[in-house]
Design a protein around this ligand. Structure first.
Ligand SMILES: [Zn+2]
Length: 61
């Protein structure tokens, strides 16, 4: 299945629903990506509120 990006938390999702916020509102376009491996310890993750491990888009349209 093609990856989609959750509009709310910007997480790349391979399901019909975001596993983090349970939202099914996906963005059509995105710019840049960031890999969060340890959401609670990563400085960047804290800055952008990425507390769930996974791949995130930096900007969504
Ligand atoms: Zn989400």
């Amino acid at each position: 299945m093609k990856k989609q990006i959750c509009k709310r938390c910007k997480l790349f999702v391979e399901a019909q629903q975001c596993p983090v916020c349970k939202d099914s509102n996906f963005a059509n376009g995105w710019q840049g990506r960031i890999m969060v491996l340890n959401g609670t310890k990563s400085f960047i993750a804290k800055q952008v509120n990425m507390t769930h491990n996974g791949e995130y888009a930096i900007k969504v349209k």
